[in-house]
Design a protein around this ligand. Structure first.
Ligand SMILES: C[S@@+](CC[C@H](N)C(=O)[O-])C[C@H]1O[C@@H](n2cnc3c(N)ncnc32)[C@H](O)[C@@H]1O
Ligand SMILES: [Zn+2]
Length: 329
């Protein structure tokens, strides 16, 4: 299968071990792995995905990897390309920034933005995620878009195995705000981006961010539950009760300020409503803790890597910061 890896994208890879020592080296393609041309570190190739996972992991990242592998396995079919209307609209407005570029979808989950990148006639797309969702992403992408050059990495935002300024356009949404260390990933994303970076982060300003932060109160209990199936079932019971109360609200024609009748109707008509709410509850529950950071935090760290913030947008989920490479030194 190695001949399927596009060489124009492989040239952007760099050995994480060497990167730690501030040395950018090439990775060479072998039969079932890529190998560092300098230190001979070997990164295996499994089901079309290059595995970098064993590097620089801590206990909290391990939990994120485990819980998101479970999340995407349970919810993949619910969160596909057609389900992301709001972000899709934002990407339409920003399409000019990624038309004909080499695109990186960092912490891509199941790769639900793939269609946007393919429609923009990307020179090539690199997807990476720390969880097993990257295998799903690879499989689904190859089935749908076999002719678009793409590379799939199991890798961490804390140590992105790419050369500095190698990527024309980087997209990372819904992840950096969930991590314990937000400085390193922000700097890493800015480091590897040549032109534009869009960082979509959960903040205390967005609706989803408020929910995530609110749930921090019960996280010390939740995080003791190691059996994710139990946690998922618990979310299922809560989702069932929520849908039941939505039905009562609808029947009684009661109006809630944060849930207009139209949205209520949409939820009740969705045949997957219980499962969808179950997954949406499971997601913020499984994150160990969400830390609040202000805009200036992201702006400052990106700026230290020559990326200047030029625009912001907001949807229910994230605040989006558009950065642009500027020679500011
Ligand atoms: C809320 S999901 C967002 C996924 C995707 N960007 C989307 O919008 O559909 C967060 C994703 O970040 C990934 N993730 C968490 N920590 C990570 C890390 N340190 N490095 C790379 N990916 C990470 C998880 O596995 C998960 O797929
Ligand atoms: Zn090396």
């Amino acid at each position: 299968m190695t001949n399927l890896l596009p060489l124009n994208l492989l040239q952007h890879l760099s050995c994480p071990k060497c990167l730690r020592e501030e040395r950018e080296t090439d990775l060479l393609l072998e039969e079932k792995a890529v190998v560092c041309s300098y230190c001979s570190a070997l990164y295996p190739l499994k089901e079309g995905v290059i595995i970098f996972e064993e590097l620089k992991q801590d206990k909290k990242s391990e939990r994120l990897e485990k819980v998101y592998s479970a999340f995407w396995e349970k919810g993949n079919d619910l969160f596909l390309e057609q389900d992301y209307n709001e972000q899709n609209q934002l990407l339409k407005e920003w399409k000019g920034y990624f038309d004909n570029e080499t695109i990186l979808d960092a912490a891509c989950g199941n790769g639900r933005f793939a269609k946007e990148w393919v429609d923009a006639k990307a020179q090539g797309i690199i997807f990476f995620d720390i969880s097993d969702s990257i295998f799903l992403c690879q499989k689904q992408f190859q089935q749908k878009y076999p002719d678009t050059p793409a590379l799939f990495l199991k890798a961490s935002l804390l140590e992105i195995p790419l050369k500095s300024k190698s990527i024309g356009f980087t997209w990372c949404s819904g992840t950096v705000g969930l991590l314990h260390d937000q400085e390193v990933p922000t700097k890493e994303l800015a480091r590897i981006t040549k032109k534009n970076l869009i960082l979509g982060v959960l903040t205390d300003q967005t609706m989803a961010g408020k929910i995530y932060i609110g749930l921090n109160i019960i996280k010390p209990i939740i995080n003791r539950i190691n059996n994710l199936n139990i946690l998922f079932k618990l979310c299922g019971i809560m989702a069932y009760l929520m849908v039941l109360s939505f039905r009562v609200l609808y029947f009684l024609r009661l109006n809630l300020s944060f849930l207009p009748r139209k949205s209520l109707e949409k939820i009740l008509q969705d045949k997957n409503n219980i499962r969808r709410i179950q997954c949406s509850l499971f997601d913020p529950m499984i994150i160990p803790k969400v830390i609040k950071k202000s805009d200036s935090f992201y702006t400052e760290h990106a700026k230290s890597m020559n990326q200047l913030m030029v625009e912001t947008k907001r949807d229910y989920l994230c605040d989006y910061y558009l950065f642009e490479e500027k020679n500011i030194n």
